[in-house]
Design a protein around this ligand. Structure first.
Ligand code: CAA
Ligand code: NAD
Length: 302
C-alpha cells in the first residue's frame, strides 16, 4: 500500500476584484490581463499622469492582443478592448478600494521599506478575507509579509515582462501561506492565462536566480572589453536561441530594476562574485539611463 501525499483541501477564495498597486511596466500589464480575464481591477499609482499613461499603454497592448485573436473581425476586436478597459478603474488612493478587493497585487518600486510601509497601511484598510501578494523580483516575501498580520493570506505572484506575452507566473509560498491561499493564487494565475510554478521564498525564486547573474556576467564581459554589446547580444540570440540578448534584455527590464536586484543580493551575500555590483551599470543608472523606459541604456531608443 502506497501512502498518498497529504493534501489539505479547503474552500477556495473567489477572486472577482483585484487591486493592483503600481501602474508602471509590470502593474499595467497585470491590470490588463486581469481585466481581459473578466475580473474587476482597480489600478493605483502616485499620480494621475502615470495612471493616464498606464491606461493608454493597456489600450494599445489590448489592441495588439485583439488583432491577434480576432484577425479581421474589427467589431469583435473593439468589443474585447472596450470590455477589458471598462473593467479597470484608476485612483491614487489605495486604502479605499482595499476594502473591496479579494486580491491585492503590489508592483511598486523594488525597495523593502517602501513595500513594507504600503503593506502595513493596507493590512489595516483591507477586508479580512483579502489575499496580499507582491510581484517583487528579488526581495524576500517573508520580509515583506512581516509588515502585516496576515501571514496565512500572503504570498508571491511573480510575473514576467512583457506581462501580456510571457506565459509564466511564479507562485511563492512562505511558511505561513495557507493551502487555501496558495490554491487561490495558482487558480488566479491560470485564470489570467498563465502557467504557474511553485517556488520557495529563496532569492530570485527560480527564473531571476538564473537570469540576473547571467545578465550581470554579460555586463562584466562588456566592461572588460571582451566583446561589443551588439556582438554579445547577437551571440546569445543566434548561439543559444534566446529571443533577446542579455544587454537588450537588461534595457527591457530596466537598468534601475537590475541594479536594485543585484545591490540587494550583494548586501546579503558579500562573498558571492555572481552578485558583485557593476561600475558600468551603476554609471548608466546614475546618468538616468534606465533602458527602454528612459530612452537609452546599453542602446539608444530615441
Ligand atoms: N502587448 C501585446 N502584444 C505584444 C506586446 C505587448 N506588450 N509585445 C509584443 N507583442 C506581440 C506583438 O504584437 C507581436 O504579435 P504578432 O506575432 O501578431 O506580430 C508578438 O508579440 C511578437 O512581438 P515582436 O515581433 O515585436 O517581437 P518578438 O517576436 O521579439 O517578441 C518578446 C517580443 C515576447 C518580448 C520576445 O522578444 C521575448 O520573449 N523577449 C524576452 C523577454 C524576457 O525574457 N522577459 C523576462 C524578463 S525578466 C522578468 O520579467 C523578471 C524580473 O523580475 C526582472
Ligand atoms: P516601474 O518603475 O515601471 O513602476 C513602478 C510604479 O510604482 C511607478 O509607476 C511608481 O510611480 C509606482 N509607485 C512607487 N511607489 C508607489 C507607492 N507607494 N504607491 C503606489 N505606486 C507607487 O517598475 P516595474 O518594472 O513595473 O517594477 C515593479 C515591481 O515589479 C518591482 O518590485 C520589480 O522588481 C518587479 N518586477 C519587475 C520586472 C521588470 O521586468 N521590470 C519583472 C518582474 C517583476
Amino acid at each position: 500500500v502506497f501512502l498518498q501525499p497529504v493534501r489539505h483541501y479547503s474552500k477556495k477564495a473567489a477572486i472577482n476584484h483585484v487591486l493592483v498597486i503600481g501602474g508602471g511596466l509590470m502593474g499595467s500589464g497585470i491590470a490588463q490581463i486581469t481585466a481581459a480575464a473578466g475580473m474587476k481591477v482597480t489600478l493605483v499609482d502616485q499620480s494621475q499622469d502615470v495612471l493616464k499613461k498606464a491606461v493608454s499603454g493597456i489600450e494599445s497592448s489590448l489592441g495588439k492582443v485583439a488583432r491577434k485573436q480576432f484577425g479581421e473581425d474589427k467589431e469583435k476586436a473593439d468589443k474585447f478592448v472596450k470590455t477589458a478597459v471598462e473593467l479597470i478603474q484608476t485612483t491614487t488612493d489605495a486604502q479605499q478600494p482595499a476594502q473591496f478587493a479579494d486580491l491585492i497585487i503590489e508592483a511598486i518600486v523594488e525597495n523593502l521599506d517602501t513595500k513594507k510601509t504600503l503593506f502595513t497601511s493596507l493590512d489595516k484598510a483591507a477586508s479580512n478575507h483579502t489575499i496580499f501578494t507582491s510581484n517583487t523580483s528579488s526581495l524576500s516575501i517573508t520580509d515583506i509579509a512581516a509588515a502585516t498580520k496576515r501571514q496565512d493570506r500572503f504570498g508571491g505572484l511573480h510575473f514576467f515582462s512583457p506581462v501580456p506575452m510571457m506565459k509564466l507566473v511564479e507562485v511563492v509560498r512562505i511558511e505561513g501561506t495557507s493551502d487555501a491561499t496558495f490554491d487561490a493564487l495558482f487558480d488566479f494565475a491560470k485564470k489570467v492565462g498563465k502557467v504557474p510554478v511553485a517556488c520557495k521564498d529563496t532569492p530570485g525564486f527560480i527564473v531571476n536566480r538564473l537570469l540576473v547573474p547571467y545578465i550581470m556576467e554579460a555586463v562584466r564581459m562588456l566592461e572588460r572589453g571582451d566583446a561589443s554589446a551588439e556582438d554579445i547580444d547577437t551571440a546569445m540570440k543566434l548561439g543559444a536561441g534566446y529571443p533577446m540578448g542579455p544587454l537588450e534584455l537588461a534595457d527591457f527590464v530596466g537598468l534601475d530594476v537590475c541594479k536594485m536586484i543585484i545591490d540587494g543580493w550583494h548586501k546579503n551575500d558579500k562573498a558571492q562574485p555572481l552578485f558583485f555590483p557593476s561600475p558600468m551599470l551603476n554609471k548608466l543608472v546614475g546618468e538616468g539611463k534606465l533602458g527602454r523606459k528612459s530612452g537609452s541604456g546599453f542602446y539608444d531608443y530615441k
